[in-house]
Design a protein around this ligand. Structure first.
Ligand SMILES: Cc1cc2nc3c(=O)[nH]c(=O)nc-3n(C[C@H](O)[C@H](O)[C@H](O)COP(=O)(O)O)c2cc1C
Length: 196
């Protein structure tokens, strides 16, 4: 059965580059038979965190927040597309993520990082690993990392050049790992009560 996977991306910059990677990951997962969708923080448009979803009473949360909470709860797994700002997390993605908590529990997450330079946002990936684990997700060990994102896709959004080629080559293992953990977590959720 197709796996319901949400791909989170959170840059608000007008010249943002990571959107190309996020869109490509969504398409590449769907091409494998999964049911992946992009969650673009800028498009969702939640404010800087005031109240979390859980701080609202039943039916009182803003519609966009309630809708996303339901989509997260219904998802089988997640991909976080993580750019790196000053050696750490992008605030837009962190802000979106922090609005929710229990909705992520008992599902796996995979991290795809990128940057403009040669180090592929690896510090951001490391920071997200700890954050996602705290938020109830099991983080897969196979990360995807894209260096020099500016030249890694052609005009049609297809991987291009050496860096794009590396991305396309690394993707199947990344997706296989996430898929395996999604299936494992799903089986467990269906056969055992949640511990809390
Ligand atoms: C505020 C800011 C801080 C940045 N810090 C880093 C950094 O620490 N390491 C890095 O490799 N690239 C850094 N960059 C370059 C980004 O990797 C590059 O701009 C990337 O495209 C940002 O993602 P986005 O285009 O999706 O917003 C930074 C860019 C910005 C705008």
């Amino acid at each position: 059965m197709a796996r319901n996977i949400l791909v989170f991306y959170g840059s608000y910059r007008r010249d943002r580059q990571g959107i190309k990677l996020a869109r490509w990951i969504v398409d590449a997962l769907n091409a494998r038979g999964d049911d992946a969708a992009l969650i673009d923080a800028k498009e969702v448009g939640l404010p800087i965190l005031d109240r979390r979803f859980s701080d609202y009473g039943d039916g009182e949360a803003p519609a966009a927040m309630a809708e996303l909470a339901a989509r997260i709860s219904a998802a089988d797994g997640f991909v976080f597309v993580a750019g790196e700002y000053n050696g750490g997390l992008q605030p837009g993605l962190k802000n979106l993520t922090d609005h929710f908590l229990e909705q992520y529990y008992w599902r796996p997450a995979a991290i795809a990082s990128y940057s403009a330079g040669p180090f592929a946002g690896i510090k951001s990936a490391t920071a997200w690993r700890g954050t996602l684990a705290v938020m109830g997700m099991v983080v897969t060990s196979t990360a995807l990392s894209l260096a020099r994102i500016g030249g890694a896709f052609d005009a049609d959004g297809k991987p291009a050049g050496e860096d794009g080629g590396r991305l396309a080559k690394a993707f199947p293992r990344f997706a296989d790992d996430l898929g395996w953990w999604i299936d494992a977590a799903k089986t467990q959720r269906e056969s055992a009560a949640l511990p809390f």
